[in-house]
Design a protein around this ligand. Structure first.
Ligand code: ADP
Ligand code: ZN
Length: 736
């Protein structure tokens, strides 16, 4: 028997997803390696797959030994071995199918479109007899890589003829061939550096940070948490480290939360490392993606910039991974295959002996806690580079506004400041916060918000039976007419209702020319967003209205006023991270003001100014926030003090799903030993999506192991189950 390989086969149906053994035909034996994309017969159909292992015949099951089928086809381009290894670890970790991670790492969905390019082998010494072979060989000598179409055009031979001749030359080893997705003009890449950088002198804090990180790079390579206030110049620190890494012949991955929102960052990198950068973004066509991927895999470029999925870029000889704004939730993929780019990065850095750098002005509590435990090297930058003062905060107590008869969503101070800003020909940004999914209860007199006594998250108002419910544990109580804290009767139900901002502000101040960036704009990304931002940048609009998504990396020097319309909306999202998000939002938003000549001002409107979250944010006291928030997380047992596994059951038959989720709960409870806490199963907050009913079951555990076991069990269960779709999300961000 010939060589046998294990292939992860790409099939839709989860029940047959898996790895199968195949024979390697003699003709392609030299082309097959770990990571090769292949086409195999599977249940009488052709399927794609990836080679993940070589197998010795004696390890093969007796039963299948005689029945092995052969691989039909193999691509010349393969996934690097490291990426196959990484996929294996990730599929174990997340209890997912290996093939689904392999596919994430490979750029072409249905394999590579076979556009082949040829190049002569200059060492080829044999005499060529055929006229056509000579002609084409001579022709190729003048060229770099050339395609069949081009040769045909320039030699006048038919394409079919050219193809046949090239194949003959290839067999003789007279030419090399390569697969390219698109035959674009080749971009020249160089390893030059831009001398511009010499004009930037590092601030003492930057200097110090670079020194510490470089020492660590050459030594222990502990993951770094670069904790620097907004405007402290973190980018320059990343650039210096990456430069060192590149000069030592290694590669770098630089992750940003969302590439279309960080055009400035891309510019900076392209200026500094001209021609040595691949940018992976969602706007690339499949062909372009493949081109970039190939360039990276071949080591033609050393630096990759991209969002979440760029963590899978096949960078050769990886030296450093930088994750900017590491607290952003966009690093978590909240659909199958679930993964967290930060966790992947940590795993990858360790496997490939690369340095990992997390950077933020408002690090996630998970990262803070890792630093506290000594697992991350904490590097702090406390000052803005240009010594510009941080913007001044002003808190507006909306309870007082109401008492003095102002029912509008705009406080009098905010209107006043907006007027000033406009008359000074400066600009303002107004944040709507993310629109709530839900309605929470708020007392407009005293700021009281109804919360679950067990979970410390805001209770959600359910219209259908007029109850207040906890969306973690299903605690319920009757709706409130009277505030339990102040006995007042101004209890209100809040959630959305912010759509009218634009209209209202135009009525209040007619000189305002607003530009609004909402979910619609963001979902289309690319062009529309750029246009809108340009409208603001060029000053055609003077007020930008947007959600917190636009906090990332925007740099508008003319913005001197920022208004956060209702901080309570984020604060009361039914999520244990609501406080953390609100703190980050306020701090990051403030970082957008006062970047230019005038100092910035930030106005925060809230019904609850005494909340430690808002209070510590406006006093720039992140340490106080961290201290208090960690206390709550410990008390109510949330990350970073435990790990979570969120299980979602969905399907058409409501009753069946409910019963099934209960059954699964008992099964898991029986087989999981140790300290696992179960919440639910309960109807999900988004209970019905596209005619599917959804139930959630949340597991909490101090250790990872029980949750990994739970995932294995769930995988088994889901293989037996027809009517219910089960998904599980480890370290979830979206619990609704
Ligand atoms: P952060 O990412 O920490 O919020 P940035 O990296 O965006 O900060 O830097 C803030 C601003 O300071 C940018 O405009 C940047 O060009 C500038 N800057 C950074 N380092 C220096 C330096 N050493 N000298 C002068 N300006 C600097
Ligand atoms: Zn609860």
């Amino acid at each position: 028997m010939g060589k046998i390989v294990q292939v992860a086969v790409d099939v839709k149906h989860p029940k047959v997803k898996g790895e199968y053994s195949y024979l390697v035909p003699e003709e392609i034996i030299n082309n097959i390696k770990i990571g090769s994309r292949v086409v195999v017969p599977f249940r009488n159909k052709k399927r794609q797959g990836f080679v993940v292992d070589f197998i010795e015949e004696e390890f093969l099951d007796e039963k299948i030994r005689g029945k092995l089928k052969s691989i039909i086809e193999v691509d010349e381009v393969a996934l690097p071995k490291e990426m196959v290894e990484l996929s294996k670890s990730l599929s174990e970790y997340y209890g997912a199918f290996l093939i689904d991670f392999l596919k994430l790492m490979f750029p072409a969905k249905s394999g590579i479109r076979k556009t082949v390019v040829y190049k002569v082998n200059k060492d080829f010494k044999n005499d060529l007899k055929s006229q056509n072979q000579k002609l084409i060989y001579q022709h190729l000598l003048q060229k770099d890589y050339t395609s069949i179409e081009e040769i045909s055009k320039e030699t006048g031979l038919a394409k079919e003829k050219v193809r046949a001749v090239l194949e003959a030359l290839y067999k003789k080893n007279a030419v090399f061939k390569e697969y390219r997705a698109v035959n674009k003009a080749k971009i020249k890449y160089s390893l030059e550096y831009n001398a511009e950088k010499d004009k930037i002198f590092l601030s003492p804090e930057q200097e110090n940070a670079v020194k510490i990180i470089l020492k660590n790079l050459e030594g222990e390579k502990k993951p770094v948490l670069l904790f620097g206030v907004t405007g402290s110049g973190k980018t320059e620190v990343y650039l210096r480290i990456i430069e060192k890494v590149i000069l030592s012949g290694k590669g770098a991955i630089f992750l940003v939360p969302e590439i279309s929102l960080t055009p400035q960052m891309v510019d900076i990198f392209q200026n500094r490392f001209p021609g040595n950068i691949a940018i992976l973004h969602s706007g690339l066509s499949e062909g372009e993606k493949f081109d970039e991927w190939l360039r990276i895999a071949k080591g033609e470029v050393n630096i990759v910039i991209g969002a979440r999925s760029a963590i899978f870029a096949p960078v050769k000889n990886l030296g450093v991974i930088v994750i900017d704004e590491e607290h952003e939730t966009s690093y978590k993929q909240s659909e199958y295959p679930f993964y967290d780019a930060r966790i992947v990065a940590r795993l990858r850095a360790k496997k490939e002996n690369a340095l990992l750098i997390f950077g933020s002005a408002t690090p996630s509590l998970e990262s803070i806690y890792e630093a506290k435990k000594g697992n991350f090297l904490l590097v702090k930058m406390r000052k803005r580079v240009n010594n510009k003062p941080l913007p001044v905060f002003e808190i507006i107590d909306m309870r007082q506004e109401l008492k003095s008869g102002n029912k509008s969503i705009f406080s009098r101070r905010l209107v006043e400041e907006l007027q000033h800003t406009i008359s000074r020909k400066e600009q303002a940004i107004l944040f709507l916060n993310r629109r709530g999914y839900s309605t929470f209860v708020l007392c407009k007199d005293c700021g009281f918000v109804a919360k679950c006594p067990h979970c410390d998250i805001s209770l959600i108002y359910h219209l259908e039976d007029k109850t207040l419910r906890c969306h973690y544990c299903d605690y319920r109580e009757a709706t409130l007419e009277i505030c339990p804290k102040c006995q007042g009767s101004k209890i209100g139900y809040y959630g959305s209702g912010t759509e009218k901002i634009e209209e209202e502000i135009k009525k209040l101040i007619p000189e305002i020319i607003p530009v609004r960036i909402d979910a619609d704009v963001l979902s289309k990304k690319g062009v529309l967003l750029k246009e809108k931002l340009l409208e603001f940048k060029t000053g055609r609009a003077n007020v930008l209205i947007g959600t917190q998504t636009i906090t990332k990396g925007l740099d508008f020097p003319n913005v001197s006023l920022i208004g956060i319309l209702l901080a309570d909306v984020t604060l009361n999202i039914p999520d244990f991270r609501a406080g953390e998000r609100t703190f980050q939002l306020i701090t990051q938003v403030a970082g957008r003001a006062g970047r230019g000549k005038t100092n910035g001002k930030v106005i925060v409107q809230t019904f609850c100014p005494e909340s430690f979250v808002i209070d510590s944010a406006v006093r720039y006291d992140i340490n106080n926030f961290i201290k208090q928030e960690l206390k709550i997380r410990r008390e109510f047992n949330y990350p970073p003090f435990c790990h979570l596994l969120n299980i979602t059951f969905s399907g058409k038959d409501k009753f069946y799903i409910e019963e099934f989720s209960k059954k699964t709960y008992f099964t898991l409870k029986k087989c999981l030993e140790g300290d696992v806490e179960f919440l639910g199963p309960i109807p999900a907050l988004r209970h019905k999506i596209k005619d599917n009913f959804r139930y959630n079951l949340l597991l909490k555990s101090k250790k990872y192991m029980p949750l990994i076991l739970a995932q294995k069990k769930l995988k088994d269960i889901s293989l037996q189950e027809e009517k219910v779709n089960i998904s599980w999300d480890l370290d979830p961000y979206d619990l609704l």
